[in-house]
Ligand binder design. Structure first.
Ligand code: FE2
Length: 466
């Protein structure tokens, strides 16, 4: 489970997931755009609803006043036909007019757009809410016979005296229908606007983040040491200027990096050359060990090849072999060249050369990788070696190879006080220390190599220089 959660947190390639700038920008802008569009839509809806309501009131007041003005004379002259005609024509003039009524001062209906209402008393509504009085016309929102209406009531005056009342009723459903229609239109417009705004936000986020992502890729290439490709400059704005400056900076860094790399290689080559000279000089201090380091390097690399070492590791092994006895530069001649066995103090002095070699290699950071091998080339497989008493796999394999080949070359080299052993005799000696001084696996591989290509026959192991 922990693995799964960790993988979820990490993106492709094991990187921890982190929302990009585009996502952050979108998450920041989208709610703002959404709130803005919704606020505008709500405000426009309210304004439009208010306008529709105001328009309805003005129309209702106007119709009611026209009916009241037209009904005055007919009411006094009791011209019922004219009043019927007035209510019917007014009712038919607009679809949202539900009824038109004219009543006397006793509230008895004299004329009505619905004929069956004539002669009845004009009843009070079940419920009413005043919407205000406009030029003597009172507007109310009423509920009558289970229907919601907006009723307008205007007094019928003649010579300043009230002779009756004109009432008209507008359907409230038409008001609500108009409002719903406008709200639908605004909702559609708001949705389209929101879609355009979302698209615009994504495009804006992309415009901002694309150059930043390109810069990020360039920085990764530069930091990862990959081949750097100059980033295309997309415009003359601040991001374009930043990209131009980054390309210039990257070119400068790469140029300096190449120069430094060249200097480092030259320095390393010079140092390796110097160490080769030192190694050869040390070997040359004793004419009988001349070429020892070069021979150890050659034989070790042949053994490394049989073990399947890649080219790069063989190069590493070769240099480690050349360096392995470089610490002997500090060993006095009277000890290094002594023809008889060493005294105990002299032997202790001789045992310091792996440490001395490590000190010399510390001078160049690029040669630090050889220090563990140089320091451990006199360790024994069973832990009885020096300077640290390391054993088995604690000893670098290159150091184990050098220990084996170093011993073989020393035994097969003729000295003034003893003749060198033959390769067969030397192999027997090495086999005696298989598993104590030398690694069993390396001993077996080395013995097989000597048996298959005896150095005495081929002559290739002696007198060569690398
Ligand atoms: Fe040594």
């Amino acid at each position: 489970m922990r693995y799964t959660i960790q993988k979820l947190r990490e993106g492709p390639g094991g990187r921890r997931f982190s929302p990009g700038i585009r996502l952050k920008l979108a998450l920041f802008l989208l709610p703002l755009v959404f709130l803005l569009v919704v606020s505008v839509a709500v405000t426009v809806t309210r304004i439009t609803d208010s306008a529709i309501r105001r328009d309805l009131l003005q129309r209702g007041v106007a119709i009611s006043r026209v009916v009241a003005f037209s009904a005055g004379y007919s009411l006094l002259s009791e011209d019922r036909l004219a009043l019927d005609s007035l209510t019917a024509e007014t009712r038919n003039s607009a679809s949202d007019i539900e009824f038109v009524a004219i009543r006397d001062t006793e509230n008895i209906i004299l004329a009505h757009s619905r004929v069956d209402e004539r002669g009845k008393r004009y009843g009070s509504p079940d419920r009413s809410t005043s919407l205000g009085t406009f030029l003597e016309t009172e507007a109310e929102e009423v509920s009558r016979d289970g229907r919601e209406r907006i009723e307008f009531t205007t007094p019928i005056l003649f010579a300043g005296k009230r002779v009756g009342t004109a009432s008209i009723a507008l359907s409230k459903e038409s008001l609500l229908s108009a409002q719903r229609s406008v709200e639908r239109s605004i909702a559609v417009a708001a949705s389209v606007l929101l879609g355009i705004a979302l698209l615009g936000t994504l495009v804006l986020a992309s415009l901002i983040t694309t150059p930043v992502k390109k810069l990020s890729r360039g920085v990764n290439e530069l930091a990862g040491g990959e081949a750097f490709h100059p980033i295309p400059v997309s415009g003359g704005d601040e991001l374009g200027e930043l990209t131009r400056n980054f390309n210039r900076m990257a070119e400068t860094i790469l140029s300096q990096q190449n120069r430094l790399s060249k200097y480092a290689n030259e320095l390393e080559e010079a140092y390796v050359g110097m160490v080769r000279v030192i190694a050869a000089s040390i070997d040359a201090r004793d004419p009988y060990t001349a070429g020892h380091s070069a021979r150890v390097a050659h034989i070790s690399c042949k053994l490394g090849q049989r073990l399947g070492f890649p080219t790069e590791e063989l190069e590493h092994l070769e240099k480690a072999c050349l360096f392995h006895d470089v610490g002997k530069i500090r060993t006095p001649d009277d000890i290094l060249l002594k023809k008889h066995s060493l005294s105990s103090p002299e032997f202790e002095e001789m045992r310091t050369h792996p440490d001395d070699g490590a000190d010399i290699l510390k001078v160049v950071p690029s040669l630090h990788r050889y220090i563990p091998v140089v320091r451990a080339h006199h360790e024994w497989y069973n832990g009885n070696g020096y300077p640290d008493g390391k054993r088995d796999s604690e000893i670098p394999i290159h150091a184990q190879i050098i220990a084996l080949v170093d011993a073989f070359d020393a035994m097969t080299t003729t000295r003034p006080y003893r003749k060198g052993l033959s390769s067969g005799e030397a192999v027997k000696e090495i086999l005696r220390f298989r598993g104590t001084q030398f690694s069993p696996m390396l001993t077996d591989a080395f013995v097989r190599m000597v048996e298959e290509t005896p150095p005495a026959e081929t002559g290739e192991w002696k007198g060569m220089a690398l």
